[in-house]
Design a protein around this ligand. Structure first.
Ligand code: ADP
Ligand code: MG
Length: 699
């Protein structure tokens, strides 16, 4: 986030919360024009009662906000507490009390210990600087991510910046404002104009946001404009004012989406567009109603393409609000897939759509045939966790060592009924696993992204516990490329295979065997997986020979597997260990050769007589065509070969197909190509009948 001129931010822990930042301060070095919007909840909190009559105004210098206590419904003392805090801030900054605005969020009905705030303020003022991230963190409640963003806009030849920090999570409703959002800009804007522009921007953004339809007692949006960028002050409608409004609306839109995506218990963001409505009011009402419908939200959580609930909501609003809307003439699309048109459902591919509904963002489009008006609303899905958080708030939200809050996502957090169903389902599969060998090729994003690495290690440890015998072969092309780059060497690829010369071979070995392999072993053994790191050189595990020319080019020290030392591997498996193999082979004279990990995985699977071979990659599976063709859910080896020959499978996937053929020919029954970008995809594949990604069989 870029900080506008003349603004300083800070955030500290003042003790309202056990051990994290809970007090934020934003200061303008010069008096600023101010505007604000507040909750229309009549059980408004003390800072709202205090602030709402004081904007729009000139001469504002500071916003002080706390989390951990809403200062709402706390009796007459609540307003005294606001006054004490305002006076303390004014004193420290040497400004008037009327120049200070306040906001609070947190528990309702508990008196705010104002003295804790007052005691922390001198230290906070001392720390003021470009710490917008600390301020954004200090206003978080059950948010799991900080929300801050900025935009730049040219006004009268001057570069103005608009920045905003916000918090969202639960108790968000499309009534007014949001929970807390503070906008600061170095543009010069008259207070009344700022108020009007802010109101219009909020109307399009925060007011189109719904998480749970509950309206907070504390919703507050404040804006400060200090004019330090030097533009001619905006006070009348003008092209510059229009530019400013567009930038502000865009900025608040980004934060509204961030709030929806981070809603309590949310697993995905939902954007609802209603077009062709008879009036803007109708479009807004219907869009918000869809984003708000608990039935629509629950089906989104379950990735169920239940479009009937969308259209039912349209009809319900038309009937109850008297909108001139005919649902039978509507067209409905989910993730761009038309599901209803011409008064009837379409014959869409349910399974394909179900898969797409697992994505982190779901788009719902309702095209009405009743007018020209259009509106967009944002919401999220409704998960078990929403109830869990709000039924048993404290055990669901856990604190990390650094004080940040995260959602606890283990099964213990689910309802007893769901847990039972899950266990019954899962136990059925666990029986099949005992003693089975599964070879897993670990590659792509799953190897790079921290959270995915952890999820992978957890899956493997778990599979081992239920009696499966995993064998892991890892890639590491990305790490190798990066390291070579650091050493000033460029990597050359022929058809997705790296050309490896005598100078880069030791680097390849060092990165794959020395680094990637050892990191993975550590990660696994931190979960007691019994991992053993091996290179293909160890015990002559992978006897290899140099590859011939590829497209007429000598690939250098790149090999293919001649033989796998099965007995050596079997020894580890019999001992209950999980072999983790780096794709380096050895020639009879002891030279190392780099081998495509896909090929190693296939050779190992065939040698061990594994029933299952799993490839983790960076695409949803094998596609009709890369990069966005439809997913091939199940396919045979010969059919794959045909697709390589016709050119619809290329690059790295072509080598994977070659490897898959080797595996199938060697007796492996099922080969899976899975999306490693989805956490726990290995478990998802093994524990469900349908599976995920692409399944390849011999015939
Ligand atoms: P990794 O070996 O790490 O899994 P690769 O980059 O070697 O990843 O191989 C996967 C890549 O193959 C995909 O990212 C995609 O760009 C490419 N590809 C080419 N054709 C297809 C296809 N038909 N289906 C899926 N991926 C394909
Ligand atoms: Mg590859």
């Amino acid at each position: 986030m870029k900080i506008p001129r003349g603004f300083r931010f800070g955030g500290v822990a003042c003790g309202l919360k056990p051990a994290r930042r809970d007090l934020a301060l934003i200061v303008s070095d010069v008096p600023a024009a101010a505007a604000g919007l507040f909750t229309v909840n009549t059980a408004a909190a003390a800072p709202v009662l205090d602030g709402r009559g004081r904007v729009p105004a000139e001469g504002i210098r500071a916003i002080v906000a706390n989390s951990g206590n809403a200062n709402a419904l706390t009796g007459p003392g609540g307003l005294d507490d606001v006054a004490v805090i305002r006076a303390a801030v004014a004193d420290l900054l040497g400004v008037q009390k009327r120049a200070v605005l306040t906001a609070s969020t947190g528990v309702i009905g508990v008196r705010l210990p104002a003295m804790k705030v007052v005691a922390a303020l001198p230290g906070l003022v001392e720390l003021l600087g470009d710490h917008a991230d600390h301020a954004a963190e200090a206003i978080m409640t059950t948010d799991t991510r900080r929300k801050l963003a900025s935009r730049e806009v040219l006004l009268g030849g001057k570069n103005a910046t608009i920045a905003c920090i916000a918090k969202g999570s639960g108790m968000l409703a499309p009534q007014l404002a949001t929970t807390l959002a503070f906008v600061v800009t170095d543009a010069a804007v008259a207070p009344k104009t700022l108020q009007e522009v802010l109101a219009r921007a909020v109307h399009q953004t925060f007011n189109m946001l719904t998480v749970d339809g509950e309206m907070s007692t504390n919703d507050t949006v404040l804006a400060l404009a200090n004019g330090l960028c030097g533009n001619p002050r905006l006070s009348e409608p003008s092209p510059d004012l229009a530019l400013f409004e567009v930038a502000l609306t865009d900025l608040l839109g980004e934060l509204a989406r961030a709030m929806a995506a981070d809603g309590e218990g949310a697993t995905k963001l939902c954007e609802v567009v209603v077009a062709g409505a008879p009036s803007e009011e109708a479009a807004r009402d219907v869009a918000r109603a869809i984003a708000h419908s608990p039935l629509v939200k629950a089906s989104l959580f379950g990735a169920d393409p239940n479009w009937g609930r969308v259209l039912a909501t349209v009809g319900s609003r038309a009937g109850s609000q008297g909108w001139a809307i005919d649902p039978y003439k509507a067209r409905v699309s989910l993730q761009g897939v038309m599901v209803f048109t011409g008064g009837a459902p379409t014959a869409f591919d349910t399974e394909a759509l179900r898969l797409r509904l697992r994505e982190p963002r779901v788009d719902v489009l309702v095209e009405l045939a009743d007018g020209e008006a259009r509106a967009t609303a944002w919401g999220c899905d409704l998960s078990y966790d929403y109830v869990r958080i709000n039924a048993d708030y404290t055990s669901m939200i856990v604190q990390q060592p650094d004080g940040m809050m995260t959602k606890e996502e283990n099964v213990a957090a689910y309802t007893p009924a769901f847990k039972r169903t899950l266990l019954v389902e899962a136990l059925k599969y666990i029986g099949h696993f005992s003693g089975q060998i599964a070879v897993i090729k670990y590659g792509g994003a799953a190897m790079v992204k921290e959270s995915l690495k952890v999820a992978f290690a957890e899956d493997i440890a778990l599979l081992k516990k239920v009696g499966l015998k995993p064998v892991i072969i890892h890639g590491g092309a990305l790490e190798v490329t990066r390291t070579l780059e650091k050493l000033g060497e460029r990597s050359e690829f022929i058809d997705g295979m790296r050309v490896t010369d005598a100078a880069s071979l030791p680097v390849v070995e060092m990165v794959l065997t020395g680094k990637v392999n050892q990191e993975l072993v550590s990660l696994l053994n931190a979960r007691n997986a019994g991992a053993v790191g091996l290179s293909g050189k160890d015990g002559t595990l992978l006897k290899a020979e140099k590859r011939g020319l590829e497209s007429g080019v000598d690939l250098g020290f790149v090999g293919r597997v001649v033989e796998v030392n099965r007995q050596f591997l079997q020894m580890f498996l019999d001992g209950g260990y999980v072999p983790v193999i780096s794709p380096i082979g050895i020639t009879p004279d002891g030279t190392g050769l780099s081998i495509n990990a896909d090929e190693v995985a296939a050779a190992v699977a065939a040698a061990l007589g594994a029933k299952k071979l799993i490839y983790l990659t960076d695409v949803p599976g094998i596609l009709e065509s890369a990069p966005d063709g439809a997913l091939l859910r199940q396919i045979t080896g010969p059919e794959l070969r045909r697709r390589v020959d016709t050119g619809s499978i290329t690059g790295g996937m072509k080598w994977k197909v070659e490897a898959i053929e080797t595996a199938l020919a060697g007796g492996v029954e099922r080969v899976h190509v899975l999306d490693g970008r989805q956490p726990h995809t290995v478990i998802a594949e093994l524990f469900t009948d349908r599976g995920v990604g692409t399944l390849v069989t011999a015939t």
